[in-house]
Design a protein around this ligand. Structure first.
Ligand SMILES: Nc1ncnc2c1ncn2[C@@H]1O[C@H](COP(=O)(O)OP(=O)(O)O)[C@@H](O)[C@H]1O
Ligand SMILES: [Mg+2]
Length: 269
C-alpha cells in the first residue's frame, strides 16, 4: 500500500531502503557521536539497533530522517540523498516513533493522527487539512489498525502510556511511509505493554512491507523481533548480523564501556 501511493520512480523502489556511507557526526561541543558508519538496509526488513546509552543510536536514526546533519559521509533513502532540498520528500517516506510518544496532549487522538498527514500537504492544504475527507479516512484506518477507534475524540493525555504509543504509531502509519524509525519505542512502558507495541510494529512490517528500524534497550526484544541486529558502541558498528550471532562475546562487545572504566583501572595502579 505504501509503495503504491508513492510518487517515486521504479528505480527508487529497487534501491535499498537506506544507504549510509562513511557517516560521521561530531556535535558542536566536540562529542563524536558517530565515527564512520556504513550500512545498507533492505526494503521490508525489521532491524534492531542495540547499544549502551550514548552509543549513537538516536543520532543514527535522526540522520536517517534529516533531523541531524552529518559532519561527513552520506545517507540516502531509496536512492534519494538526505540533505537540504530533499527533506520534504524524505519526510513523506520516513515516519518516526518516539520513546516519549511526542503527542500534543491537549488535542484529541484524531487530531494527533491527522498531524501525520501534514507532510503530504502544501501549506494551504495543511491549513485546510481537517476538512479533507481523504485524510480523515486514512486517519480512521490508522486508528483502527492500532485498535483505538473508540478513543478517537478523547484528549491524548487521558490515555495510558501504551495507548499513547499506539496513537504515535497510528500517526506514523497515517503518513503512509516506506520506512518507520522507532527510537526506543518501549523504553517507557511495562513489559506486557512493550510486547504489545513490538507485536504491532512487527505486524505493520510484515503486512505493509514497511521497513522497520527500531532502537532497543533490551537484547531479549531484539532476539524476538528482529531479522537483523546492528550493534553500536561508541559511534561504531561492532556487530551486524542475525539474532543467532548474539553470543555472550558479541554482547560484551556491544555493551563494552570504553574510556572511563579502563582509565580508572589504570590510574589505580
Ligand atoms: N545535540 C547534541 N549535542 C551534543 N552532544 C550530543 C547531542 N546529541 C547527542 N549527543 C551526544 O552524542 C552521543 C550519542 O548520543 P545518542 O545518539 O543520543 O546516543 P544513544 O541514543 O545511543 O543513547 C552521546 O555522547 C550524547 O551525549
Ligand atoms: Mg537514544
Amino acid at each position: 500500500m505504501a509503495l503504491a501511493t508513492n510518487n517515486s520512480s521504479n528505480k527508487a523502489a529497487d534501491a535499498p531502503a537506506i544507504t549510509i556511507a562513511g557517516l560521521e557526526k561530531r556535535f558542536a561541543n566536540g562529542v563524536e557521536a558517530l565515527r564512520g558508519v556504513d550500512l545498507t538496509i533492505e526494503p521490508g526488513s525489521f532491524v534492531a539497533i542495540l547499544g549502551p546509552s550514548g552509543a549513537g543510536k538516536s543520532t543514527l536514526l535522526r540522520c536517517i530522517n534529516g533531523l541531524e546533519t552529518p559532519s561527513r559521509g552520506s545517507v540516502a533513502v531509496r536512492g534519494l540523498a538526505v540533505e537540504k532540498g530533499n527533506l520534504r520528500a524524505i519526510r513523506t517516506e520516513v515516519a518516526m516513533v518516539f520513546q516519549s510518544f511526542n503527542l500534543v496532549g491537549r488535542l484529541n487522538v484524531m487530531a494527533n493522527i491527522l498531524c501525520g498527514r501534514l507532510g503530504k500537504r502544501s501549506t494551504l492544504g495543511s491549513l485546510l487539512y481537517l476538512m479533507r475527507p481523504e485524510d480523515r479516512t486514512i486517519a480512521e484506518h490508522a486508528l483502527a489498525r492500532v485498535g483505538l477507534t473508540e478513543r478517537a475524540w478523547e484528549r491524548a493525555d487521558r490515555l495510558s502510556g501504551g495507548q499513547q504509543q499506539r496513537v504515535g504509531i497510528a500517526r506514523a502509519l497515517a503518513q503512509e511511509p516506506v520506512i518507520m524509525l522507532a527510537d526506543e519505542p518501549v523504553a517507557s512502558l511495562d513489559p506486557a505493554t512493550s510486547e504489545e507495541i513490538l507485536d504491532l510494529l512487527r505486524e505493520i512490517q510484515e503486512r505493509d512491507g514497511i521497513t522497520m528500524v527500531v532502537s532497543l534497550h533490551q537484547v531479549e526484544y531484539a532476539r524476538r523481533y528482529a531479522d537483523r541486529v546492528i550493534g553500536l558502541n561508541d559511534g561504531r558498528i561492532v556487530y551486524d548480523g542475525g539474532v543467532a550471532g548474539l553470543t555472550d562475546d558479541v554482547l560484551a562487545a556491544i555493551y563494552h564501556r570504553s574510556g572511563n572504566d579502563d582509565e580508572a583501572g589504570l590510574s589505580d595502579r
